[in-house]
Write a protein that binds this ligand. Structure first.
Ligand code: AMO
Length: 411
């Protein structure tokens, strides 16, 4: 049975005798009367109690009493309890609302579970769950299939990013950097499209507010793609869907500029020189440019040099130094990356070799390209980054319950 807890209490309970369950966040003991604040993370409730039992922070209680309206109560409602039962007692009641709020960065990770007792922290993770839910909803409604691909794999797939090796019985294996090869292989079924919510693992030794070693991606792969702009349109529409569900505004159309043009703009207006990829500084400057020129928080940068993209990216027909690829920046940070894929068997093998990979090792992937596969493309959206930018938080760790970076393996 699901128990009634503070977030269930509304005006319709006024005058009713009920049981409510919660964790004690704060106690104000006035001798004959106690004001006890209980929480279920999502909401709080004030309990007024005149019993003599000692109630401590961290205790779990069942309070029985009548719900009343009182404008002085934090939520405007309170319970006047005639009985309190202890379901569990805390051993150490060090953490009150203020000590939780004033924790430093490291402690906020160490005591994450306790921090969630406070509404403002709970809200961040609720927003994270909402974003994921809306993305899922959008792609399910398009008729795409939700997939689950293995996270223990035979080889790395993303150029330029490191892999974690593990021992898989007597074989060498890796943690998956992304679902890339699996989502692509499934396109050989002729399916309309697939999506996956899953963890990515990257052994990058970077200590930045936008990198984690384990993060979550929302991956999409779409069949029957003629032009890569079709994939961008799908991504754009789904981002707009999420923003509208969250009652946030968005530009009518996301502006698009080519990597070549971005390079020129950055040089002329921001004195930033690019090589083959965007730097953090360049992303920030392009975020600024999008705001000033287009009044937009979002901007697509398209057609990246082949040298900075993985082997599976299709090269531009008329200018093979560049590719049919894109990044989506949100408030000056890359949140998604995608491309049209090279689906022609012979060319794919050539590109794999060019990137210094032995095609023999990839037979399990390459096989399906021989038996017929529609032209396809897709993208990966970093959910942690998306939510960080949405909430305008400083550090990606703030939106992750139990973050993983080179220094953090506990809790
Ligand atoms: P990419 O490597 O660009 O593309 O990753 C996709 C998105 O994941 C996010 N991201 C990260 N988030 C947190 N910490 C990190 N270390 C990190 N690295 C990347 C970014 C990025 O846009 N297979 C392709 C996608 C595709 O083409 O479908 C891929 O993995 O938001």
């Amino acid at each position: 049975m699901i128990k009634t807890s503070p977030s269930d209490i509304s005006k319709r309970y006024v005058g009713q005798q009920i049981d409510v369950y919660g964790l004690v966040l704060h106690v104000r003991d006035l001798g004959r009367k106690k004001f006890i604040i209980i929480t279920d993370g999502k909401s709080i409730l004030q309990i007024v109690y005149s019993g003599s039992e000692k109630v401590r922070r961290g205790d779990t209680i069942r309070a029985s009493g009548i719900i009343k309206e009182d404008p002085r109560a934090p939520t405007g409602l309170e319970m006047v309890a005639n009985n309190i039962t202890f379901l569990s007692k805390s051993i150490d009641e060090r953490f009150d609302q203020w000590s939780l709020r004033n924790m430093n960065k490291d402690k906020k990770i160490k005591y994450r579970a306790l921090l969630l007792r406070l509404l403002e922290f709970y809200k961040v993770f609720e927003e994270y769950a909402n974003v994921t839910q809306y993305l899922r909803e959008y792609y399910r409604n398009l008729g795409f299939l939700e997939i689950f691909t293995p996270k223990v794999v035979r080889m790395g797939t993303e150029s330029g990013s490191e892999v974690f090796s593990i021992l898989y019985f007597d074989k060498d294996a890796y943690l998956a950097q992304s679902p890339q090869l699996y989502k692509q292989m499934l396109m050989a079924s002729g399916i309309k499209g697939v999506y996956e919510v899953g963890s990515y693992f990257r052994a990058e030794v970077s200590f930045t507010p936008r990198h984690l070693t384990e993060f979550r991606g929302f991956d999409v792969e779409v069949n029957y793609i003629e032009d890569y702009s079709e994939i961008m349109k799908i991504l754009e529409d789904s981002v707009k869907y999420v923003l509208s569900k969250l009652e946030l505004s968005y530009p009518k159309e996301f502006p698009v500029i080519s990597f070549k043009d971005a390079k020129q703009i950055l040089q002329e207006k921001y004195d930033i020189r690019l090589k083959d990829d965007l730097s953090t500084e360049a992303e920030k400057a392009l975020g600024d440019y999008a705001k000033k020129e287009y009044d937009s928080d979002l901007i697509f940068i398209v057609e990246f040099p082949y040298d900075s993209r993985p082997f599976y990216t299709m090269r531009k027909e008329e200018d093979p130094k560049y590719t049919y690829s894109f990044d989506l920046l949100y408030k000056g940070l890359e949140i998604a990356s995608g491309s049209k894929r090279e689906y022609r068997y012979e060319i794919l093998i050539k590109q794999i070799k060019e990137k210094g990979i032995n095609p023999e090792r990839m037979k399990w992937y390459l096989e399906v390209f021989k038996y017929g596969i529609p032209p396809h493309g897709g993208f990966g959206l970093g959910i942690d980054r998306f939510v960080r930018q949405l909430l305008e938080l400083q550090d990606i760790r703030e939106v992750v319950l139990f973050p993983r970076d080179p220094d953090t393996l506990e809790p």
